[in-house]
Ligand binder design. Structure first.
Ligand SMILES: Cc1cc2nc3c(=O)[nH]c(=O)nc-3n(C[C@H](O)[C@H](O)[C@H](O)COP(=O)(O)OP(=O)(O)OC[C@H]3O[C@@H](n4cnc5c(N)ncnc54)[C@H](O)[C@@H]3O)c2cc1C
Length: 200
């Protein structure tokens, strides 16, 4: 096994998922300390074109600044390999996912999160149901059918590809939901990750 979790897509939902996963580190939780994560991205997030004036609690901000900021937050925690590669194929082999990239390399993980956006789904090898995305006003947008974000055992879908409305907060929120679910499975009990300000 190369990684515990592989996230495919480094936009709103994928980065939020990766950030929540790594934020379980440095808390004295033995099960979390040595977890390794990979995030594949082709750098085509819709956030690159957005000016966000409706993110609760944030002053207007360009989407590309949010992308940079979340990547920095992830790097501060450590534990994620950023791979600037397109994922082309995923196969389930004996309960583990084999994730193949355009360079021909294959990586293995027990958990995979699909966060590749709603423009198309061109990853081969999976038995997933890709349908028209009902939340998009534009035709041709797709989503993958799921139950509570799970498509197959330990295979999740988040963001616009999960059929959420195309807004930063809802897509990021789905990435957080799925990360907490995966962390809870890794821990063998329900997990929440909260921090409090230092006193004094
Ligand atoms: C012009 C514009 C304005 C917007 N304005 C707002 C706004 O004001 N407020 C708001 O809340 N939202 C706004 N949005 C919407 C917001 O940007 C999206 O809802 C959000 O980015 C969707 O997140 P996502 O994770 O589903 O997909 P994305 O953020 O699009 O990320 C998907 C990522 O997956 C990568 N990828 C795809 N296929 C693969 C593959 N096979 N292998 C590896 N990587 C892959 C892509 O390159 C991309 O980086 C706007 C969007 C646009 C286009």
């Amino acid at each position: 096994m190369d990684y515990h979790v592989i996230v495919i897509g480094g936009g709103a939902s994928g980065l939020a998922c990766a950030l929540t996963l790594v934020s379980a580190r440095n808390r004295g939780w033995e099960w979390a300390e040595n977890c390794k994560y990979a995030l594949f991205d082709t750098e085509g997030s819709d956030l690159n074109r957005a000016l966000l004036k409706n993110v609760p609690g944030l002053d207007p901000v360009e989407g590309r600044e949010i992308l940079k900021k979340i990547r920095r937050q992830i790097e501060e925690w450590g534990g994620v390999d950023f791979l600037q590669e397109q994922v082309t194929r995923i196969e389930k082999r004996d309960g583990v996912y084999a994730v193949e990239s355009a360079s021909g390399r294959t990586f293995f993980a027990p958990y995979v999160v699909l966060a590749s956006g709603f423009h198309a789904f061109q990853i081969e090898g999976l038995q997933v149901e890709v349908v028209e995305n009902p939340k998009s006003p534009k035709p041709g947008r797709v989503m993958i059918k799921h139950r509570d974000y799970e498509v197959d055992t330990n295979l999740f879908v988040v963001g616009t590809l999960a059929g959420l409305s195309s807004h930063f907060t809802s897509c990021a929120g789905s990435g957080v939901e799925v990360a907490v679910e995966i962390l809870s499975r890794l821990a063998g009990k329900r997990v929440v990750i909260h921090d409090v300000p230092q006193k004094g």
